[in-house]
Design a binder for this molecule. Structure first.
Ligand SMILES: *[C@@H]1O[C@H](CO)[C@@H](O)[C@H](O)[C@H]1NC(C)=O
Ligand SMILES: *[C@@H]1O[C@H](CO)[C@@H](O)[C@H](O)[C@H]1NC(C)=O
Length: 258
């Protein structure tokens, strides 16, 4: 046996044993792609992000999911100098760019999602002009995002998302347009979890994909809606959200570092 072959076999043994040691890791099977084409001020979009997407972080569904948020939606590019106009006006263009910048600045879902969630929960409460309070609420440095949307980078990102959105096959006909494993879910998009579970080919089935957890996820969602409508409860929802992502992250780190 030549040295290269031996090296190859060794590398397989090493990689498979490392995936065994991180028992709940699903690195051996591909994650299910989950794309959300949306615009920041559309009510159905903020509803999806605030009341439904958090279930990704329960029962480790996120571990088998490759989430991509594409904040562009029904915006249009106008010639001559590629000016972007948005369905809900300039505020939407600003917040689309802000969220695109956040995703660019903090590409890991555990980093950008709490911020997007925070901004969209303000949209949901029709209080989005206070979007900058999200930096403080989450203890984030504002400069990567503000530098980005005040520079050409923000526009560049939006043009990139425009290209991705306009290349959709079949084309999107409304927002939010949710695509799981290459297939649009049309009006069934709130039920994304079951589509992700069905598309997953791996063996590390998250508990979110087992029958019994469906009811409990519904309950969590209802609680979130109730807390959001409650006045002083809304802040604690955000804290709760941050805590659930944080504990997910901790679990993930513990798995990765052992
Ligand atoms: C490009 O757009 C800006 C407004 O954003 C406008 O002031 C300017 O005249 C435009 N330039 C050209 C070449 O059309
Ligand atoms: C909007 O947010 C600001 C800042 O957090 C807060 O002071 C204000 O009460 C909020 N308004 C509503 C209607 O929620």
């Amino acid at each position: 046996m030549d040295a290269l072959r031996l090296l190859f076999i060794l590398s397989i043994i090493i990689s498979s044993s490392s995936s065994i040691s991180s028992s709940s890791s699903s690195s051996s099977s591909p994650k299910v792609s989950f794309e959300i084409y949306y615009e920041t001020l559309c009510p159905y979009c903020s509803n999806l992000i605030v009341n439904y997407l958090p279930k990704l972080f329960e029962s480790d569904l996120i571990l088998i999911t490759d989430l991509k948020l594409i904040p562009y939606g029904n915006a249009k590019i106008r010639s001559p100098n590629s000016t972007i106009t948005c369905q809900h006006g300039p505020w939407e263009c600003l917040l689309n760019t802000v969220e695109a910048c956040a995703i660019d600045a903090w590409p890991d879902v555990k980093d950008y999602f709490p911020f997007v969630y925070c901004v969209e929960s303000l949209v949901y409460k029709k209080n989005y002009t206070y979007w900058e309070t999200c930096f403080d609420k989450l203890g984030l440095d504002a400069s990567p995002v503000t530098d980005c949307y005040n520079s050409e980078r923000g526009k560049e990102l939006e043009l990139k998302y425009a290209a991705v959105t306009n290349a959709l096959q079949p084309p999107h006909t409304y927002v939010p347009w949710v695509v799981v494993d290459g297939q649009p879910l049309y009006d069934d998009y709130r039920d994304f979890a079951s589509y992700i579970c069905k598309a997953y080919k791996g063996t590390d089935i998250p508990s979110a994909c087992t029958e019994s957890s469906v009811g409990s996820i519904r309950k969590v969602k209802t609680n979130l809606i109730h807390s959001l409508y409650g006045e002083e409860a809304s802040k604690s929802v955000l804290v709760q959200m941050g805590t659930s992502i944080f504990s997910w992250l901790q679990r993930k780190n513990i798995v990765a570092s052992s």
